[in-house]
Write a protein that binds this ligand. Structure first.
Ligand code: C2E
Ligand code: SIN
Ligand code: SIN
Ligand code: FE
Ligand code: FE
Length: 359
C-alpha cells in the first residue's frame, strides 16, 4: 500500500510518516509540498492519501479537488488531518471527496485505526475491480461459446435434414454463399450479411416433414403431391420460429418465404415484392440457381449459362430485380463457388454420414 502523506509542517509530516510505517504493508511517501505531491500522483499509483488541511500553497481541500480530477483517482481513499475547529471546513472536505477526517493532535491509536480502514477500503476496491475484470472476461468467453454452440446446432440441424433430403450438403454450402454474395453486393451491413450466410442453409429444413414417397420421388410430382411438398415452407417456419436468436428468426422468415415470388404468384402466402422479407428474396435466387445447376432425383443439372438466362428471364416476375442484378454483378464469384463445391465430393460425404453408426 502506497500511502502518500502531504503536510507542509515537517515535524507533523515526520510524525505521520513514522506512524504510517508501523502499519503492515504500508509504504509512506511523504511530501512537504502539495503541488509536488499532486504531480507525483499524476504519474504513479496511489493507494491511500493522508493530507493536511492548512498549507500555504494550496490547502487540503484544494489538494483533494485537484487529486480527484486525476485519472483513476476518483475512489482512492483520502484521510484529512486538521486542527481547524470549524465544522464548515470538515463538511467542505467531505463534500469534495475526503473519506474521513482526523482531528489533530494526532492520536496514534486513532490514526492507526483510520489508516487501517483506509487500506481495507482500498483492498476491497482492488478486489472488486479484479473481480469485475475477471467477470467481463468470463462473459466474453461465454458469449463466444454460445455463438459457437449456435453455429454448431445449425450445422447439426442441417445435417439431420440431409439424411432425408436428396439435396446434398454441397447444395447448402453453395446456396448459402450465393446468398451471402448477393447480400454483400446489395450493400447490407456486414452483420446482416453474416446472419444471412448462417441462416440460409436452413431454408428447406421443413422438408423433414415431407413423406419419402414425395421427397425422394424420381419423377415429376403430381399436382396433389406438389401441394404436400409446398408444406415444407410453413413446416420450416414452425420449426424455427419464435427464437430469441436473431439468426434463427431470420432463418424462420427465409424458410417460410423462400418460395414466394416477386409478382405474388408464389407460396405459401402469395406475398409480393416488398412484402417478402429481404433475406428470403435473396435466398430464393440462390436456391433456384443452385437447384437448376444441380442434378436432382427428378432432373439433370442445367449448364450455368442456361440457369443465368432463366434468372434474367424471371427477374421481375419470380425474382426481385434488384437482387438478380446483385447476383449477376458477382457472376465470376458465383462460378468460383460452383466450381469449389462440386456435387460428387458431397455425395461421398453424404454416404459417409449415412454409414455412421453411433458407438
Ligand atoms: P428444389 O429442388 O430445391 O428446388 C427449388 C426451386 O428451384 C423450385 O421450387 C423451383 O422454383 C426451382 N427449380 C428446381 N428445379 C427446376 C426446374 O427443373 N425447372 C424450373 N423452372 N425450376 C426449377 P419449387 O418448384 O417450389 O419446388 C420446391 C421443391 O419441391 C424442390 O426443391 C424439390 O425438392 C421439390 N420438387 C419440385 N418439383 C419436383 C418434381 O417434379 N419432382 C420431385 N421429385 N420433386 C420436386
Ligand atoms: C499544519 O498546517 O501543518 C497544521 C495545521 C493543520 O493541520 O490544520
Ligand atoms: C474541523 O473542521 O476539522 C474541526 C471543527 C470541529 O471539530 O468542529
Ligand atoms: Fe424450398
Ligand atoms: Fe433448396
Amino acid at each position: 500500500m502506497r500511502i502518500v502523506i502531504v503536510d507542509d509542517n515537517i515535524v507533523n509530516l515526520e510524525l505521520v510518516t513514522h506512524l504510517a510505517r508501523k502499519v503492515d504493508d504500508c509504504e509512506p511517501i511523504p511530501f512537504q509540498n502539495p503541488l509536488a505531491a499532486l504531480l507525483w500522483c499524476t504519474e504513479n499509483d496511489v493507494d491511500v492519501v493522508i493530507v493536511d488541511f492548512m498549507m500555504p500553497e494550496i490547502d487540503g481541500i484544494a489538494f483533494i479537488r485537484g487529486f480527484r480530477e486525476l485519472p483513476d483517482k476518483a475512489d482512492t481513499p483520502i484521510l484529512m488531518l486538521t486542527s481547524d475547529h470549524d465544522r464548515e471546513t470538515r463538511y467542505e472536505a467531505l463534500r469534495c471527496g475526503a473519506n474521513d477526517i482526523l482531528q489533530r493532535p494526532v492520536d496514534a491509536i486513532e490514526f492507526w485505526a483510520r489508516l487501517k480502514n483506509m487500506t481495507a477500503l482500498r483492498r476491497s476496491q482492488q478486489l472488486l475491480a479484479d473481480r469485475a475484470a475477471h467477470l467481463a472476461l468470463e462473459v466474453a468467453k461465454a458469449t463466444k461459446e454460445i455463438a459457437q454452440r449456435e453455429d454448431e446446432m445449425i450445422t447439426r440441424l442441417s445435417r439431420a435434414a440431409e439424411f432425408r433430403d436428396p439435396e446434398t450438403g454441397a447444395h447448402i454450402l453453395r446456396m448459402a454463399r450465393y446468398s451471402h454474395l448477393i447480400a454483400v453486393q446489395m450493400g447490407l451491413p456486414k452483420g446482416q450479411c453474416d446472419l444471412i450466410l448462417k441462416a440460409a442453409p436452413m431454408h428447406d429444413i421443413g422438408k423433414v416433414a415431407i413423406p419419402d414417397s414425395i421427397l425422394l420421388k424420381p419423377g415429376k410430382l403430381t399436382a396433389e403431391e406438389f401441394e404436400i411438398m409446398k408444406g415444407h415452407a410453413e413446416a420450416g417456419y414452425r420449426i424455427l420460429r419464435g427464437s430469441a436468436s436473431q439468426m434463427l428468426r431470420i432463418a424462420a422468415g427465409i424458410a417460410r418465404s423462400h418460395h414466394e415470388k416477386h409478382d405474388g404468384s408464389g407460396y405459401p402466402l402469395g406475398l409480393s415484392s416488398g412484402m417478402i422479407p429481404l433475406p428470403a428474396r435473396i435466398v430464393a435466387i440462390a436456391d433456384v440457381f443452385d437447384a437448376l445447376t444441380s442434378a436432382r432425383a427428378y432432373k439433370d443439372g442445367w449448364p450455368i449459362e442456361q440457369a443465368l438466362h432463366f434468372l434474367a428471364a424471371s427477374s421481375g416476375t419470380h425474382f426481385d430485380p434488384i437482387c438478380v442484378s446483385a447476383f449477376m454483378a458477382r457472376v465470376d464469384e458465383v462460378r468460383a463457388i460452383h466450381a469449389a463445391f462440386p456435387g460428387a465430393e458431397e455425395s461421398e460425404a453424404r454416404s459417409h454420414d449415412l454409414q455412421y453408426v453411433p458407438a
